[in-house]
Design a protein around this ligand. Sequence first.
Ligand SMILES: Nc1nc2c(ncn2[C@@H]2O[C@H](COP(=O)(O)OP(=O)(O)OP(=O)(O)O)[C@@H](O)[C@H]2O)c(=O)[nH]1
Ligand SMILES: [Zn+2]
Length: 191
Amino acid sequence: MNIIQSNIANLPTKHGKFRIKAYKQDNQEHLAIMSENFEELESPYVRIHSECLTGDTLGSLKCDCQNQLNLALDFISKQGGLVIYHRQEGRNIGLLNKVNAYCLQDQGRNTIEANIELGFGEDDRDYSVVKYIFNDLDIKKIKLITNNPKKIDYVENLGIEIVKRIPAITKTNIYNEHYLKTKKDQMGHML
Ligand SMILES: Nc1nc2c(ncn2[C@@H]2O[C@H](COP(=O)(O)OP(=O)(O)OP(=O)(O)O)[C@@H](O)[C@H]2O)c(=O)[nH]1
Ligand SMILES: [Zn+2]
């Protein structure tokens, strides 16, 4: 695995003050966003947030991503920890394919059916760079902020101990109700 690392820089945000470090793996550039007290923590709170440009940046109501990201940044700036901004857009099918998946969803497919119809798996994410970041930042034990049981398995399989799970549940709206129901009923999310 060929990964290039940046230096660490300060990043004041409206959620609080953080420090950031970038990791470039092939054509994907990921971020570790650390609270100021990060080095002192034995088991930091961690959110592994998968990129969702439509949600995180544009405020799309079709998913819960932007609310989850805001929740995680607020929580971690207060409690201490790390947000890994994992640039695997659309569960790693990429932005163009996600837009095609959204078009199929406009025609009635659910989030899983749309991915399958386009020739992808329901979730094509790969966590190898996450393992690299945990090693680089010397993290062995965490409190993970997630609703996704598969993410818990992936992280445990990286050799990381999860001492606690913190739910990342946010308010639903009429546009994401069906999506969240599919995540709950068919992908096992603890919603
Ligand atoms: N392919 C595809 N990707 C989507 C869709 N909606 C959201 N995503 C992507 O899904 C990823 C977020 O995954 P989620 O299932 O919301 O949550 P999670 O990361 O598995 O679990 P949590 O830790 O609980 O948030 C982001 O990369 C989004 O871009 C969709 O309908 N199709
Ligand atoms: Zn989203």
